[in-house]
Ligand binder design. Sequence first.
Ligand SMILES: Cc1cc2nc3c(=O)[nH]c(=O)nc-3n(C[C@H](O)[C@H](O)[C@H](O)COP(=O)(O)OP(=O)(O)OC[C@H]3O[C@@H](n4cnc5c(N)ncnc54)[C@H](O)[C@@H]3O)c2cc1C
Length: 352
Amino acid sequence: MTIAVIGAGVAGLAAAWELTRAGADVTVLESERRPGGVVVTERQGGFVAEGGPDGWLDAEPHIPPLAQELGIAGHIVRQAARGSLLWTGSTFERLEEGRAAALLGIEARLEDVKAGFASFAGGMGELTDALAAPLGGRIKMPLGVTGIAQAGGTWRLAVTGGMVVDADAVVLALPVYSAARLLEAAGVSGARDLAEVAYFPSLTVSLAYQESQIGRGLEGTGYVTPPEADGVIRAVTFASHKFPGRAPAGHVLLRAFLAPVEGEPAIVAHQELRGVLALSGEPLWTRTFFWSRGIPRYPRGHAARVAEVRQRLERLPPLAIAGAGVDGTGVSACVKSGREAAQVVLRRTSGS
Ligand SMILES: Cc1cc2nc3c(=O)[nH]c(=O)nc-3n(C[C@H](O)[C@H](O)[C@H](O)COP(=O)(O)OP(=O)(O)OC[C@H]3O[C@@H](n4cnc5c(N)ncnc54)[C@H](O)[C@@H]3O)c2cc1C
């Protein structure tokens, strides 16, 4: 019994973990050269910089048990600083707990935001690394799936380079615009509508400084700017205050979230931060991350469309969909989604 997982983001990796634990023969096909999808942690010189998610809401229940199974539960760290600020253009004002999230369009219950965030000591990449490690060579990279078709009661996958992979069951854990295209071509009616989910671009710059370069005291986890503000910075996380271990002693790591920008993002971010945080000198280093399609936002009726497509999939050989594009945008929701998709195909392949 061969099960193919398409996409090695956190949802696909969680699915592969669940399947492997159940004894299935799993192959993961990933179009990029590294697993993790938008989860990217870079470590250099004692700094831990995130290119994608930096944590999850502590109230969300799906990551700690998985971390326990993977042996990394002891690496979970909790938010060290509380509260955030609003930059008015000339001064900082303290924001009520939860207001910063609302200003940034993060959809979460206020009491969950108030309960704070959690992460891994070595960054969110610890989770995807721990999920990928036991899979070893069963993650095939870079191998993008270009088509899926029924072949009797099983699936035949076309992959880049003209290869074909046969599988008894499939977990499709792709950005939903890609999943919709593959499903539509495989004749799943209604699948095309899933592509109505909009993905917003994300541009962030991580900047490292010595503490002595920062003229203004850093209070809380960071600051946001009002939507009508001048400048390109929409929010700044004081990364090394938010979670422990993000910068070596005597140093600070900042992460700026930018609107689309003309020019070099790192230079623009530093220039704007210089005024706001009374910075002196230049950053020790910077790292820019850009996702042209970052975080999905669902249109009205999304859940019903997903449910309809899932119903249609029941009439086909075992195939389940998972990921941020269908079941919730956070890492925790993606873990749940991946594991549940694995359970669906396991149930169907065992005939129960
Ligand atoms: C900048 C940013 C910050 C975020 N911050 C947070 C946060 O703080 N907390 C939080 O909970 N969430 C956050 N999120 C959201 C969360 O990180 C993502 O929604 C989640 O990681 C998505 O996981 P996924 O597996 O569904 O998709 P992805 O990570 O997109 O993985 C899909 C995988 O499929 C691969 N793929 C695509 N096409 C093919 C193909 N044809 N064949 C094979 N493989 C293919 C891709 O290369 C990728 O590896 C953030 C997201 C971004 C972008």
